[in-house]
Design a protein around this ligand. Structure first.
Ligand code: GLN
Length: 477
């Protein structure tokens, strides 16, 4: 049996049927990580002790023939922006280089409560700021499908680990596309839920009104299983929604016939690479052949999404990152002359260039005299973008389009050009600004054999609908 190629259900049943044990499964994944990760760079920390003791618990249940929980013995890994008790958590930053959190992120705790085995923590861009994983303070991640290319970002480690069979499923975070874009670049499934669907408790904040936690998996069904496990109200996060969590898995196979699928012309304009365009067109035709009705819609404010996103995100980041001052967490500069010198030097040594750029941009956008011109204006644009979606969703059930304008680019190709890097998010930031759910699924390969992803947006809290469409497509191909 190819243990590291298993999905959630197949892993769980292999353990339940005693074809393998959770301990052996974890061992197989650690062996795979040991042999393959040196050239990929997805993992920052391995939590072997915690993983093996969790696996042993499942094995005791399996031996007794008891009913196993939904993720029993399933090896997962977590983006390093989610805190994990007693396991070093750095957010990809030197400023948290020696930070060992005293508690667990709710999403991680819920996965483990359902039986999952946490293998370790995954590489990412520093504080989740980036689109290529090259902003990690520790090391870049290489795309398992082509090692000369980036895996996408900021959840590059989360996507690469799944693509390279070094975890069955992972958690990522998505503030402007950081789950969907790397999923697309690495050829896996990535889901950003509705804002408020999954608790953010224990997610190190980048931009609080845009941050989301979600799964990266091999199949749509696995994404549904993980979402069902981590979703739902959490008293520790007042923005988590009070709404009941549907059984996303049970709803997967509901027919998609006669669903209305919107195609927004704004997502097929300049900058979209012809090969990607063709692959998305073909996927839309496939949905039509499955009985969906394809309808043209318009999202007229899309062209303002990138500037609005980079104002709101940097403004919130500048405020959130004020807490890293050398006093309470992580790194503190030594040999300082005064308190303000300590703040200044700790932040200067601890933060990387992109993080500093964003703190400066955000502080500027929020400063007296510029607030109205930048921050307030960006918030107004955000409202217009949200209304675009509300209007479109009056006539359609879901909206499809490319996840990214191009397949994975080369390492080093955009590092010196932050604006070019920001444009990699052109199709993903809108869902964060509007708070709607979006999923990226693989729909083809370029001539160079690089994965291409299609994105499906839904109404607020309509994860079931987009999972259903994604699942129908995945089954049909
Ligand atoms: N690439 C985007 C940025 O740099 C999105 C990051 C994210 O979603 N965390 O802000």
């Amino acid at each position: 049996m190819d243990l590291t190629g298993l999905t959630i259900d197949s892993a769980r049943s292999a353990i339940a049927d005693r074809k393998t044990s959770a301990t052996a499964l974890a061992g197989a994944f650690y062996a795979k990580i040991e042999s393959d990760d040196p050239k990929i760079g997805a993992y920052l920390v391995l939590s072997k002790e915690r993983a093996l003791s969790k696996a042993a618990q499942t094995d005791v249940l399996a031996e007794k023939g008891e009913n196993l929980p939904p993720l029993a013995g399933v090896p997962v890994a977590i983006k390093d922006v989610m805190v994990t008790k007693d396991v070093r958590t750095t957010a990809g930053s030197k400023i948290l280089g020696n930070y060992v959190p005293p508690y667990d992120c709710t999403a991680v705790a819920r996965l483990e409560a359902a039986g999952a085995v946490m293998l370790g923590k995954l590489n990412c861009d520093e504080f989740a700021m980036g689109s290529s994983n090259e902003n990690s303070a520790w090391k870049p991640v290489h795309n398992p499908r082509d090692l000369s290319r980036v895996p996408g970002g900021s959840s590059g480690g989360s996507a690469a680990a799944v693509a390279a069979d070094m975890a069955v499923a992972t958690l990522g975070s998505d503030t402007g596309g950081s789950i969907r874009q790397p999923a697309s670049f690495c050829g896996v499934v990535g889901l950003k839920p509705t804002y408020g669907r999954v608790s953010r408790y224990g997610l190190i904040a980048f931009a609080s009104s845009l941050d989301h936690i979600g799964p990266l998996t091999k199949t749509v069904k696995d994404a549904a299983i993980v979402l069902r496990t981590i979703a739902g109200r959490d008293p520790m996060d007042s923005t988590s929604a009070e709404l009941p969590v549907p059984d996303y898995v049970a709803e997967l196979d509901k027919p998609i016939k006669r669903l209305k699928i919107g195609v927004a012309k704004e997502y097929f304009g300049e900058g979209l690479e012809p090969e990607t365009h063709k692959a998305i067109e073909a996927a839309i035709q496939k949905l039509a052949s499955l009985g969906c009705e394809i309808v043209e819609v318009s999202l007229p404010h899309t062209k303002y999404a990138i500037p609005a996103y980079y104002l709101v995100a940097t403004a919130e980041a500048s405020s959130n990152l004020a807490r890293f001052d050398g006093v309470r967490y992580g790194y503190r500069a030594s040999g300082v002359r005064s308190l303000s010198d300590m703040y200044r030097r700790s932040r200067d040594h601890g933060f990387g260039a992109e993080v500093k750029r964003r703190i400066m941009l955000g502080t500027y956008a929020l400063s007296a005299g510029y607030y109205d011109a930048y921050y307030l204006k960006a918030q107004r644009v955000r409202t217009l973008l949200t209304r675009d979606f509300e209007e479109a969703f009056k006539t359609v059930d879901a909206i499809v389009g490319p996840t990214c304008p191009t397949p994975a680019f080369k390492l080093g190709e955009k590092v010196d050009d932050p604006l070019a890097m920001y444009l990699a998010d052109i199709y993903t930031v809108t869902a964060n600004l509007a708070g709607i759910p979006g999923i990226s699924i693989p729909v083809g390969r370029s001539k160079e054999n690089l994965p291409i992803g299609m994105q499906i947006f839904g109404k607020h809290f309509a994860e079931s609908t987009i999972l259903r469409v994604a699942n129908a497509y995945e089954k049909a191909v």
